[in-house]
Design a protein around this ligand. Structure first.
Ligand SMILES: NC(=O)c1ccc[n+]([C@@H]2O[C@H](COP(=O)([O-])OP(=O)(O)OC[C@H]3O[C@@H](n4cnc5c(N)ncnc54)[C@H](OP(=O)(O)O)[C@@H]3O)[C@@H](O)[C@H]2O)c1
Length: 230
């Protein structure tokens, strides 16, 4: 059965691989990124899959742009909403030099934007739809043995709280929610020493998503299906 997936941060890294794999399996994809006209790989995929891939401009640091996305979608149904876009924030920010100027943009894109995205598109989510929020093990308070990374850790812990609340609030409309850790993945964010490819990460997360339903909604899963403690 073919369904419609919307992915944010779709122009590179993990987001781009989600687009590739869902298209390859014959699904329709709506790929959001800041500059579609410069997204060469997405443009090539759109040419290779005519009618199956829509490219939509969306900068998540500007919440007003979500109204543009909503206007574009109208009342089209979305079966899978993947909030993937995220940023680590400036390197070298440590205890002693954290500033509001560094903190605020990370929280805006990693925390507020995913919530506003789901809130804006809630009416487009079909009964049985799934929402995937790309979190990180670094947002696990239980797993934090090394400290530091204040901005990124705080943002993903906050995103986890949001995902849990969404799972409760969206259950009446039969929409389930997963917080996903993609693994340590070879992307610009993960760096060259990362352990797994985007292909392996996305294949694993798709498997987790295929098993997501209301009975496990609101939980925090690793890409291999194991559960991560909050
Ligand atoms: N890689 C890892 O090891 C790892 C581990 C744990 C969690 N994650 C999470 O997985 C997700 C994807 O990470 P990745 O490794 O693929 O990162 P990436 O290669 O750095 O890609 C980040 C994506 O987010 C987009 N983005 C950033 N700020 C944005 C904004 N203001 N508006 C719209 N899009 C924006 C980027 O778009 P531009 O190209 O326009 O900048 C890009 O498409 C993130 O949420 C990340 O926190 C990754």
């Amino acid at each position: 059965m073919s369904y419609t997936t919307l992915v944010t941060g779709a122009n590179r890294g993990i987001g781009l691989e989600f687009v590739r794999q869902y298209l390859a399996d014959g699904h329709r994809v709506i790929a959001c990124c800041r500059q579609p006209e410069q997204a060469d790989e997405l443009q090539a995929l759109a040419e290779a899959h005519p009618g199956s891939l829509d490219l939509v401009a969306l900068d998540l640091s500007d919440p007003a742009q979500l109204f543009g996305l909503k206007a574009y979608l109208g009342n089209q149904s979305i079966d899978l909403l993947i909030s993937n876009a995220g940023l680590y924030g400036p390197k070298g920010v440590a205890f002693g030099n954290v500033s509001e100027a560094d903190f605020a943009p990370v929280m805006a894109v990693n925390v507020l934007a995913p919530l506003l995205l789901v809130q804006t598109l809630a009416d487009n989510l079909s009964a049985g739809a799934k929402v995937a929020l790309l979190s990180s093990k670094m947002g696990s308070i239980a797993d934090n043995g090394s400290g530091g990374s204040y901005l990124y850790r705080a943002s993903k812990a906050a995103l986890n709280a949001i995902g849990k609340s969404l799972s409760v609030d969206l259950a009446p409309q039969q929409v389930s929610v997963a917080l996903l850790h993609p693994g340590w993945v070879q992307t610009a964010m993960g760096g060259p020493n990362a352990l797994i490819s985007t292909q392996t990460s996305v294949r694993g997360m798709r498997q987790v998503l295929s098993q997501l339903d209301l009975s496990v909604s609101g939980r925090f899963f690793n890409y291999d299906g194991s559960e991560i403690p909050w």
